[in-house]
Design a protein around this ligand. Structure first.
Ligand code: 8YV
Length: 320
């Protein structure tokens, strides 16, 4: 390759970053004061950015990369990239769908079980010597045969529904639009859906879904209801969630994602009816390798042919 035309934006899986360096002699966007000098010098050389859902590419960075043609995103969620601006500039965006569906759905079910059965809290109980000192752990709540509501019946939401159906759960959902042929009951709003026992958030992040789960939805879920979020912290009004848990207006929550990662509201850490995970939904060796492979295939394909393998659907951009 004659020119250096690939830019890494934000931290990436080390093996992916290494391949970008070895195969494409990729630049890494510097932080702080060096950034603007770098962009002035090299901005026009860049044809493709590789980033992750954690960092993304905003409008200001796109403006500094006048020949950018593609944003290749490691992760299914691309809410940190300004896709409207990308569309306006004719920049195509790819993500890594499908390959992480199973692991993220597994995480949702694991979080639901852990939250309702309080396995993490029970583990802490044993480790703290309380089993012998204080006797049996308090009784918890049954997981099987619950009424479960899923916000976002896309690939991941559907995989969660399939798993929970095997647990005898009754599934209902809310989505941007009704899913044709779905066997599950559709509700036109999150608040109507929330009259379930467990509400699982599996919707994409971004402006369209910001704080979709608000105080009113949490009220509808009620003091016996549980919330599970494996999507994006932005979809839930986190202050309202903390307040509901604090006041006993919600039974518990299982959270893999937060509004301001890696910061987790301190109040949640003291609650045994809350399970907090450090955004590990897709974090297995197998899935991350598959995401890496798909990311590299998108990059390679774009540079060779101008077409991505798994482009973000243009309707996802147009409907915003
Ligand atoms: C990744 C995710 O951890 O795919 C997503 O949208 O949230 C996770 O799989 C993340 O994108 C990597 O930064």
């Amino acid at each position: 390759m004659s020119a250096r035309q690939v830019l890494q934006v934000g931290p990436l899986k080390p093996s992916l970053a290494q391949t970008l360096k070895d195969t494409y002699d990729a630049f890494v966007l510097p932080d702080g004061e060096e950034r603007s000098a770098f962009l002035t010098e090299h901005g026009p050389e860049i044809r493709a950015v590789v980033t992750s859902g954690r960092t993304g590419v905003d409008a200001a960075l796109m403006a500094a990369l006048p020949n950018l043609g593609a944003v290749v995103n490691f992760g299914v969620g691309y809410d940190t990239t300004d896709v409207d601006e990308a569309a306006r500039r004719g920049v195509v965006v790819s993500n890594t769908p499908d390959v992480l569906t199973d692991c993220v759905a597994d995480t949702a079910v694991g979080l639901m079980i852990d939250t309702m059965r309080q396995f993490a809290a029970a583990d802490r109980y044993v480790r703290a010597g309380q089993w012998s000192a204080s006797g049996n752990f308090p009784l918890t709540r049954q997981v099987s045969n619950r009424r479960v509501g899923i916000i976002g019946l896309g690939r991941i939401g559907s995989a969660i529904a399939k798993r929970l159906s095997a647990f005898g759960c009754t599934i209902a959902y809310h989505n941007r639009r009704r899913v044709e042929g779905s066997p599950y009951t559709y509700y036109g709003s999150p608040v109507e859906l929330a009259a379930v026992e467990v509400l699982i958030v599996a919707a994409a992040g971004g402006a369209a879904t910001a704080k979709l789960v608000n105080r009113e939805v949490l009220e509808a879920l009620g003091p016996d209801g549980y919330l599970v979020n494996i999507a994006r912290g932005s979809v839930v009004d986190e202050e309202a969630l903390v307040a509901a848990l604090r006041d006993g207006r919600l039974a518990g929550a299982g959270l893999d994602v937060f509004a301001d990662e890696p910061n987790v509201p301190a109040e949640l850490l003291a609650m045994d009816n809350v399970v907090v995970l450090p955004h590990v939904g897709s974090g297995t060796v197998e899935t991350r390798a598959a995401m890496e492979e798909l990311t590299l295939r998108n990059l390679e394909s774009y540079l060779a042919t101008g077409a991505l393998v798994t482009p973000v659907p243009t309707h996802a951009i147009a409907r915003r």
